[in-house]
Ligand binder design. Structure first.
Ligand code: HEM
Length: 171
């Protein structure tokens, strides 16, 4: 049961990253330059309004899914004790979460309507580039943590180390 649940939340977490980060990349590097080059100003403005109305829903749903599935991922790590006492893991994960909050704030400003944040929307190219770069850092950190795998400090382990158990059996 746990296996199915955690696989589903992992699937949703990575799937959300694919859709939201991929969509941001597409808008910044494919759609924006093509629209700026080929459309007159009024058509460009209409395309922008229409696009933002749909993209906004994906951004908001994506933020909710990231927070929900990210919290489940982290709960699992705490519950199984696989990184207990692992300072590097928690420092990097904390950094990743802070970067994610910055991305969420920028993405919300870009799809929102608050007049105070108009400055962000006027410089949408720059802020989309910032979000793509931050997302690349997040994916790098997440991938590194996954490949590095579980580490526990001696004495902090809640799961026996299989290599250590095998050695103890031989003695
Ligand atoms: C822009 C937002 C985010 C992106 C692009 C992102 C991306 C990823 C990716 C690609 C993985 C690797 C999954 C795997 O290898 O199975 C991952 C794992 C994870 N994410 Fe996120 N994530 C984001 C936001 C968050 C947030 C907000 C949280 C916490 C509230 C979170 C918590 C986690 C945890 C705990 C893991 C597991 C790390 C491990 O393997 O030990 N993520 N994320």
């Amino acid at each position: 049961m746990n296996l199915i649940f955690y696989t589903a939340t992992r699937f949703l977490h990575v799937g959300t990253a694919v859709v939201v980060v991929g969509g941001t990349f597409f808008i910044r590097y494919i759609l924006l330059p093509a629209a700026a080059k080929n459309l007159p100003d009024d058509a460009h403005a209409r395309l922008r309004t229409s696009l933002m109305n749909s993209w906004k829903k994906i951004v908001h749903a994506g933020i909710a899914l990231f927070l929900l599935t990210g919290a489940v991922n982290y709960y699992r790590v705490i519950a199984d004790g696989s990184h207990k006492g692992d300072a590097l893991y928690h420092a990097l994960l904390g950094t990743k979460i802070i970067l994610a909050m910055i991305i969420f704030a920028i993405a919300s400003a870009l799809v929102g309507r608050a007049p105070a944040l108009e400055q962000f929307r006027r410089n949408s190219r720059t802020w989309l580039t910032v979000n793509v770069l931050l997302a690349a850092m997040i994916i790098g950190i997440s991938g590194f943590l996954k490949v590095r795998g579980p580490r526990t400090l001696p004495g902090a382990a809640s799961r026996p180390d299989p290599a250590a158990s095998a050695e103890a059996e031989r003695d």
